[in-house]
Design a protein around this ligand. Sequence first.
Ligand SMILES: [Zn+2]
Length: 313
Amino acid sequence: MNNVYLLNNPNKHWIKQSASKAVKQSIMNAHRAYQTFFKNKQGCPKFKKKSGIGSYYLIGTIHIQRHRIQLPKLGWIKLKERGYIPTNNIKSATVIREFDRYYVSVLINCECPLLSKPEQTEGIGIDLGLKEAVFTHSGVKIRSFKTNQTIIKLDKSLKRQQRKLSRKKKGSHNWYKQLLKVQRLYKRIKNIKKDIKRKGILSILRTNPQFITVENLNIKGMMRNKRLANSFQQIGLGYMVEWLKIKCRDYGIELRQVDRFYPSSQICSDCGHIQPMPLNQRTYHCNHCGMIKDRDINASINLKQATDYTVIV
Ligand SMILES: [Zn+2]
């Protein structure tokens, strides 16, 4: 793509409205996207829509005070959360729009504070299930979203608002007003779920386990199954694994991954006997030694005891 052509094209004058570094960065991004497309046969880059969610990158003179931030071309902008962003050593900023709200995320240069740790406890196996989100061997779990009253209420209300939206004439003034309502609700539900997940993971990490073992999820395969895909997306297991990776790196905890064909729910955690476990059977009753345990707890103990794994963090 030719930068000079774009800047001199009278139809593309809106490009000059944003900072030159932002334009440069997005051209670089496009360049990289095309290169990976040609090299690794990844998906062809698509044109971005101007509506909805988007972001852009800024470097240059960025100043921050307690209540406001100065960005190139935009000037001083008030912040809603005050005294939160560090005020010096700013490297760059990314402005993000999510529907009707704007966020700024800044990159700063600083020493990482050492995290204080309690005494190391034994390893933990995390069973990522579709019904209950997370189980550790001690029975701690992140509660399922299906039983969370706030989410149930908001989901209902989202459905109602979406129905209202579908009855309005697309593109009309009232349609846009209704669209905003739907988007806000959607965002709120998303934020609540994210919060639950992050807090759950944090509570596990705070105990400072020796290692954490998770299953290698077949995400693409699960998404292909139409019946599973929806509930899978609702829980967002992929996000949870990604967040676990980031946090394990921060806390210096070993993250192990077992093969996706490891029969974690079929093995008896006491004697190693293997028996088939249909999905509707919630307790594990061993035919060999007579052990009785909750299905998910049994699975997470097995994950903890797994010897065949790859270390990913
Ligand atoms: Zn047994």
